[in-house]
Design a protein around this ligand. Structure first.
Ligand SMILES: CCc1c(F)c(F)c(S(N)(=O)=O)c(F)c1F
Ligand SMILES: [Zn+2]
Length: 266
């Protein structure tokens, strides 16, 4: 049995660590790594894909914190209160957290690309298979353990729903800062268009485990320049350390290898 990915990473210390980003550029033995470039014309319409159903309870929102990679909003996941189901998923998955990846400038920042088009930022809503596994930590190690919804952000109109997040960012400027965040419904960050692509992939940050069913929304949401700039005032560094702006926290594109991307639309 091939070693589990996390061990592979540990054993192969000589992996080139991407200077601007923590995760190894490539992972030995990885056959389903993320992110990827989605070639629209190569994706296959699958009529059996169902509509994705999301049901988020704003009261499960716990806090927002800077983990030194991104800022994330975490949710209480001890019951099936904020869940997704349908789409390509066989089970119901519980929302654990959402976070973003972005660039130093608007020319880049997303992890996935569509026909090589890069977006200035990408939102990831991370869910775990609470039907099959006891905890998020267990699910992270299993092929069908996680489901992540990816939403592209593009420069445009002011986004009302995002502003509540933006207003909280100064309080989590430094690594490990955390602040209570209550009653936020992340469905306000989802585009109304139901169309998505889906493929089998991995976490894009350590442990890079190949446990993610990716659901990438076709339509981007619009945010304005000030809102994107607010992401860039965050720091990778802790208080007292030499300040390093939190930007370019995306992993480079990974090879598609023997994978098909399916679309929920024609
Ligand atoms: C270990 C926690 C975690 C992340 F830090 C993360 F960045 C992602 S990602 N970018 O693939 O959506 C996850 F899915 C995830 F579960
Ligand atoms: Zn992510």
């Amino acid at each position: 049995r091939p070693c589990s990915l996390a061990i592979c990473i540990h054993k192969n210390r000589n992996d080139a660590l991407h200077p601007l980003w923590q995760s190894p550029l490539s992972v030995p033995g990885g056959t389903r790594q993320s992110p990827i470039d989605i070639q629209w014309r190569d994706s296959i319409f699958d009529p059996y894909l169902r509509p994705l159903k999301t049901s988020y309870d704003p009261d499960t929102c716990l806090h927002i914190w800077n983990n030194g990679y991104s800022f994330l909003v975490e949710f209480e996941d001890s019951a099936d209160k904020s869940i997704i189901m349908g789409g390509p998923l066989e089970n119901q998955y519980r929302l654990k957290q959402f976070h973003f990846h972005w660039g130093a400038i608007n020319e880049w920042g997303s992890e996935h690309t569509i026909d090589s088009r890069v977006y200035p930022a990408e939102l990831h809503l991370v869910h775990w298979n609470a039907v099959k596994y006891e905890s998020f930590e267990d699910a992270v190690m299993e092929g069908n353990g996680l489901a992540v919804i990816g939403v592209f952000l593009k420069l445009g109109a002011y986004h009302e729903g995002l502003q509540k997040l933006v207003d909280a960012l100064p309080a989590v400027k430094h690594k490990d800062e955390i602040v209570e965040f209550d009653s936020f419904d992340p469905s306000c960050l989802l585009p109304s268009c139901p169309d998505y692509w889906t493929y089998a992939g991995s976490l894009t940050t350590p442990p890079l485990t190949e446990s993610v069913t990716w659901i990438i929304k076709k339509k981007a949401i619009e945010v304005d320049e000030d809102q994107l700039e607010a992401f860039r005032m965050l720091l990778f560094t802790s208080p007292g350390e030499e300040e390093k702006r939190m930007v370019d926290n995306f992993r480079p594109l990974q090879p598609l290898m023997n994978r098909t991307v399916r679309s929920s639309f024609q």
